[in-house]
Design a protein around this ligand. Structure first.
Ligand code: ASP
Ligand code: MG
Length: 421
């Protein structure tokens, strides 16, 4: 008998009819002779609503209490799902993160899994039951407090369970048919990928593709868990994510996808003294502020000789804190001023075949210039090229680049539900 882990996202369990539909689907898998472990997210936009609520009662909600609050979302969906499955005549048992042995460090809101001891999940399976585990939550054994894994963390819960239970596959059910060559909400002619490698998926997720959480992909890669991203609204096969492009793919595609992201801001440190040690100083301050920086560019200053301007991008939510930390160090460090810009968009093209194909950047820049788009920053990895532009033109740019690389399909992709948030 094989074990399958299935994860259902918030848009797949948004209301009572959806929960019943998902229950029926889980039962199908069980009937086909598999052991089934399910991880579920909070219903619809519940997590966002709870966050809004917390901010209405407190200016700076306490992080321990925030985790207590947010984990209720998954308790609702897991228990309702278990009830619905039982009504279909199958045994089902729901477990909180701590009941499922999901042990984490103590960092509220962004806890990392340190160990998984799913004793009760195994026992439930042994008794023929379907086990349902609340996504996105864990437990710290030192503080004995409930933790959450960070937004979108249910994917990681599912992959961690799949890894320790030795599941055949971890199915990630969502509101689109799989991983697409671009967000179908932006590019209607985007096409579903039959397969992607862990590496491609990591780059796509880092570049803003929201279909699966990046930490979950990292986890899957480390433990060799095969992922199957598919729609909960159809029976169609989705996208398989594993070490290599398997199946019919004869050669790795040059471009697997185009992603757009508007979640970053740009800080420019103007007039930095052009002497050794200044970059180290600035990025030590930035690191001290806890900012995760992405791209960095250094240029001769437009203002004054003997000085440079350093620009870098970072998540918008780290912006204010980082600006403050830099401002506090301005006099001592000797730079002139700071510019903050949160209206940037990042476009990335990703593909494992880029490694062995020259000319991808030329093709990308030609497509962007054809669309009249000005490039502000560029960065590359082995299998990715990213460019920064104004955020308002990003959707047009993504469409233009998708077309230029011949990725447009013949028909519009279907988006079944959800807001994509
Ligand atoms: N409900 C949580 C969130 O919205 C976890 C998840 O959906 O994966 O972030
Ligand atoms: Mg959610």
């Amino acid at each position: 008998m094989s074990l399958i882990v299935q994860k259902f996202g918030g848009s797949s369990v948004a209301d009572a009819p959806s929960i019943k539909r998902v229950a029926a689907r889980i039962v199908e898998t069980k009937k086909a002779g598999n052991d089934v472990v399910v991880t579920v997210s909070a219903m619809g936009d519940t997590t966002d609503d709870l966050l809004d609520l917390a901010h209405q009662v407190s200016g700076q909600p306490d992080s321990r209490e925030m985790d207590m609050l947010l984990t209720t979302g998954e308790r609702m969906s897991m228990s309702l799902l278990a009830m619905a499955i039982r009504d279909l005549g199958f045994d089902a048992r729901s477990f909180t993160g701590s009941q499922a042995g999901m042990m984490t460090d103590a960092q509220h809101g962004r806890a990392r899994i340190v160990d998984v001891t799913p004793t009760r999940v195994r026992a439930a399976l042994d008794e023929g039951a379907i086990a349902i585990v609340a996504g996105f939550q864990g437990f710290n054994t030192d503080s004995r407090d409930i933790t959450t894994l960070g937004r979108g963390g249910s994917d990681t819960t599912a992959v961690a369970l799949a890894a320790v239970l030795g599941a055949e596959v971890c199915e990630i059910y969502t509101d689109v048919d799989g991983v697409f060559t671009a967000d179908p909400r932006v590019v209607p002619r985007a096409q579903k990928l039959a397969a992607a490698t862990y590496e491609e998926m990591l780059e796509l997720a880092a570049a803003g593709a929201k279909v699966i959480n990046i930490r979950a992909v990292e986890f899957a890669r480390r433990h060799g868990v095969t992922l199957h991203v598919r729609s909960s609204f159809t029976q169609d096969v989705g996208t398989f994510i594993s070490k290599e492009h398997g199946g019919e793919a004869v050669e790795e595609p040059i471009i697997a996808g185009v992603a757009g992201d508007t979640s970053e801001a740009k800080i420019t440190v103007v007039g930095v003294p052009d002497i050794p040690g200044k970059a180290a100083e600035i990025f030590t301050i930035v690191a001290g502020a806890g900012a995760n920086i992405d791209m960095i560019v250094q240029n001769v200053s437009v203002h004054e000789a003997g000085r440079t301007d350093i620009s870098f991008t970072l998540p918008i939510e780290d912006g204010e804190r980082t600006m403050q930390a830099l401002e506090d160090a301005r006099e001592e460090s000797g730079f002139e001023s700071l510019i903050y810009d949160d209206e940037i968009g990042r476009l990335s093209v990703v593909g494992a075949g880029m490694r062995t194909n020259a000319g991808v950047s030329a093709q990308l820049f030609t497509a962007l210039s054809g669309a009249g788009i000005n490039i502000e920053m560029i960065s590359t990895s082995e299998i990715r090229i990213s460019v920064i532009m104004r955020s308002d033109i990003l959707p047009d740019a993504v469409r233009a680049v998708h077309r230029a690389f011949g990725l447009d399909g013949d028909v519009d992709a279907t988006v079944y539900a959800g807001t994509g948030r």
